[in-house]
Design a protein around this ligand. Structure first.
Ligand code: BGC
Length: 375
């Protein structure tokens, strides 16, 4: 009798365990009003939680406003830089904190490129160059939001000629959260030949946002080559081997280990602000980079099917921005891993193409996967 009761108890316990695990694995998604833009457009905030990681994304700029992940002791902290309100994102001239960047992420030299024999001009908002889609890029528009399973789908229709780019481009970005992995799925189509390069511009500090610099973060990037730049941070066209340089992250290195060594490329970028040529085949979703923060044990794995990733170490942050929780963002307080095509590709026929034609569908996936532990 006793053993039969015992067996029943074990069975019930097993069912409860299975149920709670299944329930914990389900992602909860909710939506709330988050304010308005200067011209009165309503902005919504979507909150995603998979029971371990919590992400908040707003429809203005498709911006990841906060991302809370557990450290090795299970303590949650926000690991991305940003602001507390939409007004601040608009007023404070944000350096693309958490934003969806487009139509063309990174730089286009001299605000000009040729396509089908025609010359197109885009706004010069970064010295002589176009940066991150121009003056009003995808980070500064309100996207249409829709709740989907495990996340949110954002859509933006960019008009023919917007910021100088040809073709009406319909862009859709799906953010979904499951198993501590934030998946960003980009798709786009156009009605005229155009160029595009979409990415997310989150600034990570895995020790907790605004707490200090990211020089102790240990980074690994699966890239044998990088694209060296000129003084305007435009690629020279060369694909340079990283071996024997401070850009060799094929084995993990702390960001601060070599960032200030005497190296022309580091001097030009004021630190790391460079595109790495990923080893894996383009179009195949694979691990591209990994970041480990020793004091908290947090780990970020970046998977992508894009051919490149820009490592930007927040060299232009200078203490003039006060962000979430009143924290002041000093130089190198954030680290970006912007999965992308190479900068200025429209002016480099030898780089993987960023052209999109009518009838084609652009599709790309990047995953930010979080965990924690000791090494
Ligand atoms: C660029 C940096 C730039 C930063 C913020 C990065 O993607 O590479 O040069 O300062 O974005 O705008």
């Amino acid at each position: 009798m006793l053993s039969r009761n015992c067996g029943l108890g074990v069975a019930i316990l097993a069912i409860v365990v299975i149920l709670t695990t299944t329930m914990a694995a389900e992602t909860h998604v909710s939506k709330q009003a988050f304010g308005h833009t200067a011209d009165g457009a309503a902005v919504d905030l979507y909150a995603l939680s998979d029971g371990k990681v919590e992400v908040r994304i707003m429809t203005y700029g498709g911006i990841i406003v906060s991302l809370r992940t557990p450290d090795r002791n299970g303590k949650l902290d926000d690991v991305v830089l940003g602001f507390d309100s939409v007004d601040q994102y608009i007023a404070k001239n944000t350096p693309y904190f958490g934003a969806l960047v487009g139509r063309y992420g990174n730089r286009i030299a001299h605000g000009s490129f040729q396509l089908d024999g025609k010359t197109y001009s885009t706004p010069k908002n970064n010295g002589d160059n176009t940066l991150h889609g121009g003056i009003r890029g995808f980070d500064k528009v309100v996207w249409a939001g829709k709740q989907i399973a495990d996340g949110v789908e954002l859509t933006y229709v960019s008009k023919d000629g917007e910021e100088g780019f040809p073709g009406t481009l319909t862009a859709t970005v799906r953010y979904t959260l499951k198993g501590s992995a934030l998946r960003i799925e980009y798709s786009a189509s156009t009605d005229k030949d155009t160029v595009l390069n979409l990415t997310n511009h989150s600034y990570f500090d895995l020790a907790g946002q605004g707490r200090g610099d990211i020089l102790g973060h240990v980074v690994k990037i699966d890239a044998e080559r990088m694209t060296p730049v000129d003084a305007g941070l435009i690629p020279t066209g060369e694909l340079k081997a990283v071996a024997g340089t401070p850009f060799d992250f094929r084995r993990p290195h702390a960001v601060g280990e070599r960032i200030d060594v005497n190296d022309e490329q580091l001097r030009l970028g004021g630190g790391y602000d460079h595109n790495f040529v990923l080893d894996h085949a383009s179009g195949v979703l694979a691990e591209a980079a990994e970041v480990y923060e020793p004091s908290t044990g947090r780990v970020l794995q970046v998977l992508t099917d894009q051919p490149g990733v820009q490592l930007y170490t927040g060299n232009f942050l200078d203490g003039t921005i006060t962000g979430k929780e009143g924290r002041v963002y000093q130089r190198r307080f954030g680290l970006c891993l912007e999965t992308q095509h190479y900068p200025d590709s429209p002016n480099h026929p030898s780089f993987p193409t960023t052209e999109l034609k009518p009838g084609e569908k652009f599709h790309s996936v990047t995953v930010f996967k979080f965990s924690a532990g000791s090494r």
